[in-house]
Ligand binder design. Structure first.
Ligand code: ZN
Length: 312
């Protein structure tokens, strides 16, 4: 990427008749952010550990990173700006279509035994992708460790077709250095404690500042991100009493049981208590049912079952 960036700077210098030094104040860089997951279906929501649903968290963080990068004068795009499904190849193709210099895919982690914690950055194992990934990754990790997260390092992983992770493989294939930033583990008490105290805004600030510091190290960015915005505003919404349907039209029978249907037509029936417990998991959002309603019925059923077993 460095060569491409330097070429861009040179072009600006020639075009404008300015010195390179002056041009270093201009950000001739395009960053494409990729909020992981989206939409309904098996991989749509990503990790689900109330109050966190990965697909919303990635979109929230990426949107905040975009604002900060733009405030620092960096052209920034996002592969998705709504809760929609998007294939991994499509994400890379979009980055290519906007002529991105970097593709930064934002994810949140979880592990089966819930005992893993910390921030890790995945990058291509090859060529310029590897060099860029190590450089950018370390600047990002510096920011996340400052927030209190454990540095799990910059990593590569190989599969049968080269890089294991699809978005990295597709990004690399279209010539864009691509990293996955696994911000932290949303199922682990250590990371959840940091998340709860710092908020998504602090994570976004870490991502933005890491990217900016990396670009500065290449001599292509001189600005800084704005101060970290305040933590997410929370609003408590108390579910209303029994009605014939819920706010989003899920039928409620006379006993208070809610029949939930997801986008694929799968259904699950929840008792009033279970439904209210589900809503309570997202009570910090203005509309908890809006959060629930894009999740697969099976995932909600699993949450309720785990709650009954005392695992949640
Ligand atoms: Zn993910």
């Amino acid at each position: 990427m460095k060569n491409k960036l330097l070429k861009k700077i040179a072009v600006i210098a020639l075009t404008a008749g300015l010195t390179i030094g002056t041009c270093l104040n201009a950000f001739a860089v395009t960053v494409c952010l990729d909020p992981g997951h989206g939409g309904v279906g098996s991989s749509g929501p990503g990790a689900i550990y109330p109050p966190y649903i990965e697909k919303y968290l990635t979109l929230d963080v990426a949107s905040r990173v975009k604002s900060e990068l733009e405030a620092a004068g960096i052209t920034t795009y996002m592969t998705r700006s709504a809760d929609v499904p998007l294939g991994l190849a499509e994400r890379a193709a979009y980055a290519k279509s906007v002529n991105a210099d970097l593709l930064v895919s934002i994810h949140f982690n979880a592990s089966g035994p819930h005992d893993k914690f910390g921030t890790e950055v995945w990058t291509s194992a090859f060529g310029n992708g590897l060099i860029t990934g190590i450089g950018l990754g370390n600047y990002l990790l510096q920011q996340f460790t400052a927030l209190g997260f454990t540095n799990k390092g910059v990593k590569t992983k190989l599969g049968e077709n080269g890089d294991y992770y699809g978005v990295i493989r597709y990004g690399t294939a279209v010539g864009i250095p691509t990293v996955i930033v696994e911000q932290c583990f949303i199922d682990n008490p250590i990371d959840r404690t940091i998340m709860a105290s710092k908020g998504a805004a602090a994570l976004a600030h870490a991502d933005a500042q890491g990217i900016i510091n990396y670009l500065k190290s290449l001599g292509v960015a001189t600005g800084g991100a704005a101060a970290a915005p305040a933590a997410i505003e929370t609003e408590k919404v108390t579910p209303t009493g029994a009605a014939s349907t819920t706010h989003y039209g899920f039928p409620i029978d006379p006993a208070g049981n809610v029949t939930y249907s997801d986008g694929s037509g799968a259904q699950a029936v929840f008792s009033a208590a279970d439904w209210n417990w589900l809503l309570s998991q997202w009570s910090y959002t203005p509309d908890p049912e809006a959060m629930l309603k894009t999740l697969p019925a099976a995932d909600l059923q699993k949450l309720v079952t785990e709650h009954a077993e005392g695992k949640r």
